[in-house]
Design a protein around this ligand. Structure first.
Ligand SMILES: C[S@@+](CC[C@H](N)C(=O)[O-])C[C@H]1O[C@@H](n2cnc3c(N)ncnc32)[C@H](O)[C@@H]1O
Length: 404
């Protein structure tokens, strides 16, 4: 029997970006989670404390892992205060801890989540002051203890946030190019594509290199949190340092070699310098190749693989140029990427159509607040017959440089 099998089971909730719930549930299942339930932008699951640490360390598509501790309904503001004050906070934290409260509300008697946070803070602080004469203080930036309040109508869930800072903060992003993708979204895009490290990976508009780094981490089974130093659970009274070290060592043993190529390119030298700095911080500068090049001139390595990219959306670019950029992308895919699967994320749906290929698959994802389509195209190798399916309603595109 493993020394951790006697640990009690706890209920947990992993938060994810919209559209990545199923991917996250697969990650949790692989870590041994039980009673998994898909929710809206979250996955509920059960496991022991070791799984709590492992989920924080390994999950690529989780934003944070919450541990619910209380659920009750309320009738008034005073009711909220009283029920929060009745929780035995001293079992979990000391009066010298700093804390912060995140609240989300929907259809509630309250109209402002900040007000809810304020009342919850008052109740906790008053309890400590009455019991010990000393009150914990608030630190919104870097608190020891984050408390999460979720209020739906009159139902209140109180949870501890075991992650602390959001898990997209992997610790390798030291330099930003324009509009970098969130690390969690980038990992989710790669996992949605089905790429598992068994073929080449290429991002020909790589910017600061987020997709490349997440791809290398997936290919080599490097845990998402390898470069992150701190998690919320480390400040908890029941923090088990040995257990945490076990979790890290197990992940270290599961790492593997990668035998294909991961290549990033970009037209901007400045952005590539950012990518190089991030790669170095992630310790992946030997695994990933970077080149300055317009994507129009990129020839990917033979043998096939996956291309994933997030082209400019047009925030700072003229509409006509964006349309041309996506047309060029479609042409480059058809001409140079035979044998590859290509995935493109964009919030510009009209531009996306200009690629001129019928997607084999399409997902709705959000880049921050921006609703995006994430479309996958199969660029079949070879046959002289209908090589690509052309997007309906658009004129046929020359798929073979005129040779078909
Ligand atoms: C939205 S950003 C990509 C951000 C990247 N995914 C990240 O996480 O940092 C789009 C990138 O496309 C690059 N780009 C624009 N036109 C290009 C072209 N013709 N060839 C190659 N790269 C291009 C820009 O320089 C920019 O870095």
């Amino acid at each position: 029997m493993s020394m951790h099998e006697g640990l009690p089971m706890i209920k947990m909730l992993a938060k994810s970006p919209a559209g990545l719930e199923e991917i996250l549930s697969n990650e949790l299942l692989a870590l041994g989670a039980a009673n998994i339930e898909l929710l809206n932008r979250a996955v509920a699951f059960e496991g022991n404390k070791k799984l709590l640490y492992a989920a924080n360390y390994n999950c690529r598509t989780a934003l944070r892992i919450l541990v619910p501790i209380e659920h009750f309904s309320i009738e008034s503001e005073m009711d909220l205060y009283t029920k929060i004050k009745a929780i035995r906070w001293e079992d979990y934290m000391t009066n010298s801890c700093t804390l912060s409260i995140d609240s989300t509300i929907a259809y509630s008697i309250f109209t402002h989540s900040q007000f809810v946070s304020q009342r919850v803070k008052d109740a906790i602080v008053d309890r400590f002051r009455e019991k010990t004469g000393i009150r914990p203080s608030v630190d919104l930036e870097n608190p020891d203890f984050r408390i999460n309040i979720h209020m739906y109508k009159d139902e209140v869930d109180v949870s501890f946030d075991s992650s602390g800072a959001s898990l997209h903060k992997r610790g390798y992003h030291v330099s930003n190019a324009e509009a970098p993708l969130s690390e969690v979204l980038a990992a989710g895009m790669i996992l949605l594509s089905g790429w598992d490290g068994q073929s080449n990976f290429i991002d020909p508009m790589c910017g600061s290199g987020t997709l490349l780094i997440e791809a290398a981490m997936i290919a080599m089974n490097i845990p998402a949190g390898q470069h992150r130093e701190e998690y919320g659970f480390m400040h908890w009274k029941d923090y088990d340092k040995d257990l945490w070290e076990d979790v890290q060592n197990e992940a270290l043993e599961a790492q593997r070699e990668f035998e294909h190529e991961i290549i990033g390119s970009d037209i901007s030298n400045t952005n590539l310098r950012s990518a190089a700095a991030n790669l170095k911080q992630a310790g992946l500068e030997k695994e990933i190749k970077l080149r300055v090049s317009p994507f129009q001139e990129v020839i990917p390595p033979a043998g096939g693989g996956v291309m994933i990219s997030n082209p400019p959306y047009g925030e700072r670019i003229q509409v006509e140029d964006i349309i041309q950029l996506y047309r060029d992308l479609g042409d480059a895919l058809k001409k140079n990427f035979k044998g590859y699967k290509a995935w493109v994320i964009s919030s510009d749906f009209r531009a996306l159509k200009m690629i001129g290929l019928k997607p084999m698959k399409k997902y709705i994802l959000f880049n921050g607040q921006l609703e995006c389509r994430y479309a996958g195209f199969d660029l079949y190798e070879g046959s002289k017959r209908a090589r690509y399916q052309v997007e309906e309603g658009l004129p046929p595109v020359d798929t073979d440089g005129g040779n078909a």
